[in-house]
Design a protein. Structure first.
Length: 94
């Protein structure tokens, strides 16, 4: 395989640069440098950037969510974060 890249336009939230066949408002775009957005029906639903992933809307999970200690937690625990840049961890509900 060669080192050839496939390039597409940055696009926008309403007209993504890489869209799904059959819909012109769903796909991937780049809202700014070093960012990848996911748009569904012309609405941004996901944004990847240097800090991680931001999801707009509901997040439905089938299975477990693991914290930074690779723990799925247990009954009577919630996933918390101090918001100071430290990763989230499960803590007991008081």
């Amino acid at each position: 395989m060669s080192d050839t890249q496939v390039l597409f336009s940055a696009g926008s939230v309403s007209v993504p640069g890489l869209s799904i066949n059959g819909t012109t408002t769903t796909g991937f775009y780049s809202p700014s440098s070093d960012e990848i957005g996911i748009t569904i029906s012309g609405t941004q639903r996901g944004l990847f950037d240097a800090s991680g992933l931001t999801i707009t809307g509901y997040l439905k999970v089938s299975g477990a969510i693991y914290d930074s200690n690779d723990s799925a937690g247990s009954s009577n625990q919630v996933l918390t974060s101090t918001g100071s840049g430290s990763p989230p961890a499960f803590e007991a509900i008081p």
